[in-house]
Write a protein that binds this ligand. Structure first.
Ligand SMILES: [Zn+2]
Length: 325
């Protein structure tokens, strides 16, 4: 895919393309940012543009001999390093040194992409540092890291920093729509994707996480639930604090949605568009208090309170509020 056609990281792409257009591509880049925001995909397209023999306005042409080799994963001037096991090893860096020793075969420069560059231990990192200090010929390094700060300062200072932020919600929503996600679920799945393509792709395929269904069922049955039922529910969550966090977040969102629906706001603001009406019988005061109680419980989760007691207490309180109408 061409650089300029990529969505979600416009600022990064513009700055990379400026370098290409003005023939001022750096010697080394550090692509950093949370996982799933497009670092690898953009590195791949950027490398193709650098290697291309007749780039157009910062985009690779896709048809020159270099592009054809690149697109068939068979470019002599391209090296792509991934950790061997858990780390990028010194032997890999030595091998790299051998490989880039000669002039480029096909393109004006060689390109080296290093995934998870922060996994290099000091010996490997120092070996790379030597190469960065005295590159044998025209080579562009693209280091990729989810934890850029974990790299040696001496390496970081030799790289142009390229910071990737979260993918904007509009881009994620457009992607989900393109994947055929139902309109009523787009807002919810966009929120759950948290600006990450990998999550968006998974959500498009699998739909909302199962915990959401549990939260919906729980809120639906809560007004009629007896104490024994509530105790049983709480039991189920006892050893699962991470699950409780997700459950509480979902409950808070469902209540917030109902409050907004009561205000007749535009549909696009409703996160759980597919279960509008779920809490329509809850008195507004119960919803308001409910959100507050759920968020308070959410804060308590970080203390060493028992998950069971926390859920139990919350559900009993909520039930009381709903019944008091
Ligand atoms: Zn080309």
């Amino acid at each position: 895919m061409r650089l300029s056609a990529m969505e979600g990281q416009e600022q990064v792409i513009r700055s990379l393309q400026r370098g290409l257009i003005h023939e001022r591509v750096g010697h080394a880049y550090l692509f950093s940012g949370t996982p799933g925001v497009g670092k690898k995909t953009i590195a791949r397209a950027f490398a193709q543009s650098i290697l291309c023999l007749q780039p157009q306005a910062g985009d690779a042409c896709d048809v020159c001999p270099s592009c054809r080799q690149y697109l068939s994963d068979n470019h002599p001037d391209m090296t792509w390093l991934q950790p061997d096991g858990a780390t990028l090893k010194i032997d890999q860096i030595r091998g790299l040194r051998q490989r880039i020793r000669y002039r480029p075969y096909e393109s004006p420069s060689q390109v080296v992409i290093m995934e998870q560059a922060d996994t290099m231990q000091p010996p490997a990192a120092n070996a790379l540092l030597k190469i960065l200090e005295e590159p044998p010929g025209p080579v562009v390094f693209i280091l990729i890291s989810d934890r850029g700060q974990a790299l040696l300062e001496t390496i970081r200072s030799r790289c142009l920093p390229v910071a990737f932020g979260p993918v904007p919600d509009e881009a994620i929503a457009a992607f989900l729509q393109g994947q055929g996600v139902a309109e009523t679920q787009v807002t919810l799945l966009t929120l759950l994707a948290e600006g990450r393509w990998d999550r968006a792709a998974r959500l498009a395929k699998e739909g909302p996480p199962p915990i959401r269904e549990k939260a919906i069922a729980l809120l639906k049955e809560l007004p009629q639930a007896g104490e024994v039922t509530i105790f049983r529910w709480a039991e189920e969550w006892d050893k699962n604090k991470e699950g409780i966090a997700e459950l509480l977040d979902t409950m808070a969102l469902l209540m917030r949605d109902q409050l907004l629906i009561n205000q007749q706001v535009p549909e696009s603001l409703i996160v759980n568009g597919d279960c509008a009406g779920l809490l329509v019988h809850w008195p507004p005061a119960a919803l308001l208090d409910g959100v507050e109680k759920v968020l308070a419980a959410r804060n308590w989760l970080t203390s060493n309170v028992s998950g069971k007691l926390l859920v139990e207490d919350l559900l009993m309180t909520l039930r009381e509020h709903v019944r008091r109408r």
